[in-house]
Design a protein around this ligand. Structure first.
Ligand SMILES: C[S@@+](CC[C@H](N)C(=O)[O-])C[C@H]1O[C@@H](n2cnc3c(N)ncnc32)[C@H](O)[C@@H]1O
Length: 288
């Protein structure tokens, strides 16, 4: 049984075999530019990046978590701002912004997750990258009529044990991670943490709203391709090099504003329907 099943070493997250491949990939993606970690936590990844000589900044909601960064080698070189990653701003322009360990799911509304993408994009230099590591929603493990997926059942030989399970609401895309720890004396603790899941396609749309475009999608830090059985994805979106996309006339033509500033949808000629009742006839499809 893990000592603290939801602490920062959950699932061996601090093991060198987990941290080193992440740091390797992140350092390569950053090149010689500055790096911003959203939800930096205790500096598990940020501190080793600073050891490699990168200029590392973090945003973190919890003062208690952030206070532990300085205990790690390199941690004293990580500049930390306490704030919410949906809105908090830090000075500088970054070649890489990243958000790992499923933490996009800690933001439990679609609006909030969109704001994270917008905020990440606002901190990127043109050509900069935004990386997210997040589990695939494990809905394929839900039989019809069931809403709960266990992920750990660990009896303790001394008595008691630990049970972890996720519970999904597939209508609202909300889920909770549930952690039940029972001590040998029978006393126990039940912790329930709320999350929101989103499929990669929805995250791509959030990225697009923020002016970013998909560059890579992997299933692990060895850059393996995503498959139907992948349990997580690492997705990387790029801020296009060059001027701000919202100033680009090509962007305006996708969603044009009318004279009153109201956004209207104007079908392109590709979508124009030929017949008066709005249904495309066989003959018009043949012509297209
Ligand atoms: C699972 S830990 C991951 C920490 C670190 N990124 C890592 O990989 O070790 C999640 C962290 O996200 C922080 N967090 C959650 N929501 C946040 C938000 N809206 N803004 C900033 N930090 C947030 C929590 O306080 C916690 O430290």
């Amino acid at each position: 049984m893990p000592a603290d099943p939801i602490g920062d070493d959950f699932c061996g997250a601090n093991d060198p075999g987990v941290v080193e491949p992440m740091v390797e990939v992140l350092a390569e993606l950053a090149g010689d530019g500055a790096v911003l970690e959203l939800a930096v936590g205790t500096g598990r990844i940020a501190a080793p990046l600073a050891v490699r000589g990168l200029d590392v900044t973090g945003i973190e909601l919890s003062r208690a978590m952030a206070a532990r960064i300085a205990d790690k080698p390199g941690g004293e070189r990580v500049a930390v701002t306490i704030g919410d990653m949906t809105t908090a701003q830090v000075p500088g322009e970054f070649s890489l912004v990243f958000l790992v360990f499923n933490t996009i799911s800690n933001v439990t509304t679609q609006e909030g997750q969109v704001a994270v993408f917008d905020n990440a994009a606002a901190h990127l230099r043109p050509g900069g990258l935004f990386l997210i590591e997040v589990g695939m929603p494990s809905l394929r493990r839900l039989p019809p009529g069931q809403d709960t997926v266990p992920f750990t059942v660990a009896p303790d030989p001394a008595g008691g044990g630990y049970v972890g399970f996720d519970q999904f609401d597939v209508v609202t895309q909300q889920f909770t991670s549930n952690h039940v720890t029972v001590s040998a004396d029978g006393s126990g603790r039940f912790r329930r943490i709320p999350f929101r899941y989103a499929w990669p396609a929805e995250l791509d749309l959030m990225a697009r709203i923020a002016g970013l475009r998909l560059k890579h999608r992997w299933s692990d830090w060895n850059r393996s391709p995503l498959t139907a059985d992948s349990t997580k994805h690492i997705s990387i979106w790029e801020k296009p090099p060059g001027p701000d996309r919202t100033a680009d006339p090509a962007h305006e033509s996708v969603v044009p504003a009318d004279a009153d500033g109201v956004f209207v949808s104007r079908p392109s000629t590709d979508n124009v329907r030929d017949d008066s009742d709005g249904c495309q006839s066989e003959s018009s499809r043949a012509r297209a």
